[in-house]
Design a protein around this ligand. Structure first.
Ligand code: TXA
Ligand code: MG
Length: 316
């Protein structure tokens, strides 16, 4: 794709109206959500969605999430269900994505679904994302706004560091509050957990009144996170470090001596919000080794450990 000037748009009416204009014209706009920055395109425009893959250098077989302005918009594109109603009422707007059967004759680009007969939909909570969705008036396909395989962005500066010159604009919306991608629940058969994320699994199970299964549907063979090396910084990553080794940059958790601390008080919500930001910051210091303290595997810790496992996986 040809290099283009990436515009920084202000987080106000004028900036959002210009952002919606760029989307209507088939362009790419990065915008803040409460989880991470998204790289948005009109989800009904094949060419625009194709540009997302080009900008990210992303393998084409990975389907995208369609962000919607409200539940009514989601219902235009997917077959809604009672379970979807329960979860949407409990967690939308918020960091939860639902995978539902795609309506036949839907206007969604088949590049968004990667040809699957299901669609991932999400109603984000960030006020700017919601205003942009309303202003645009249609579904916005948006993966995280990072080059494929790299750490997800939680600030406009991260977005520009990875994608400047490759996308049309970024709406400067400050830091992302949750800092981890949405939890993805499959509702094609038995409710299943496709990706841990911003809403803890136990909270979802409490609302459903049933346990989430591991993914079983043949439709989601291309489940998220099957790419083993993902969220990877340039440095190698060593996990569960209780002693630090020579030459390592130390990413701590709890009351430990380290270079950057995810949460000195051991708070998992705070740790999630800092995760990608701290990985970016340590990576920028140029050492080839990062070591990370053990993170308890409860609540949001499950999602944090999932992302860290991928960051530490052997590179493809
Ligand atoms: O928090 C988030 O979810 C962020 C923000 C921008 O909303 N988005 C995000 O998108 O993380 P992305 O593209 O990085 O991850 C979307 C995941 C992918 O792993 C993909 O495999 C999965 O959603 N996915 C999308 N559609 C699917 C489908 N029909 N069936 C199964 N998995 C699907
Ligand atoms: Mg991503």
């Amino acid at each position: 794709m040809s290099e283009r000037q990436t515009k920084s748009l202000s987080p106000d009416d004028a900036g959002l109206s210009e952002a919606a204009q760029v989307l209507r014209a088939g362009g790419l706009v990065s915008f803040a959500t409460e989880t991470v920055y998204g790289l948005g395109a009109d989800a009904t425009n094949d060419k625009a969605v194709a540009r997302i893959f080009a900008a990210k250098g992303r393998p084409q077989f990975n389907p995208l999430i369609a962000h919607v302005a409200d539940i009514a918009m989601a219902k235009r594109y997917v077959d809604w269900s009672d379970a979807a109603d329960l979860l949407a009422n409990a967690f939308w707007p918020g960091p939860l994505t639902l995978v539902l059967p795609l309506k036949s004759q839907s206007a969604i680009s088949s590049l968004v679904t990667a040809g699957l007969s299901s669609l991932a939909v999400r109603l984000p909570a960030h006020p700017l994302a919601r205003r942009l969705l309303r202003e645009f008036g249609g579904p916005i396909a948006a993966p995280s706004a990072n080059p494929s395989g790299k750490i997800s962005p939680t600030t406009p500066a991260h977005v520009l560091a990875g994608l400047s010159g490759k996308i049309d604009a970024v709406v400067a919306g400050g830091n992302c509050e949750v800092g981890l991608e949405s939890t993805i629940v499959g509702l094609l058969g038995q409710p299943s957990l496709l990706r841990s994320g911003g809403v803890p699994m136990v909270a979802i199970e409490a609302v459903l009144g049933t346990a989430l299964t591991a993914d079983t549907s043949p439709d989601t063979l291309i489940a998220p996170g099957q790419m083993s090396s993902h969220y990877a910084p340039g440095a190698t990553v060593r996990l569960n470090a209780t002693v630090w080794q020579e030459g390592e940059l130390r990413l701590g958790f709890g009351d430990v001596d380290c270079d950057l601390n995810l949460s000195p008080s051991g708070d998992l919500v705070e740790a999630a919000a800092h995760l990608f930001q701290h990985l970016h910051a340590l990576d920028a210091r140029g050492s080839d080794k990062i070591a990370v303290s053990p993170i308890p595997n409860t609540g949001l810790g499950v999602a944090i450990n999932d992302r860290l496992d991928r960051a530490a996986a052997p590179r493809l």
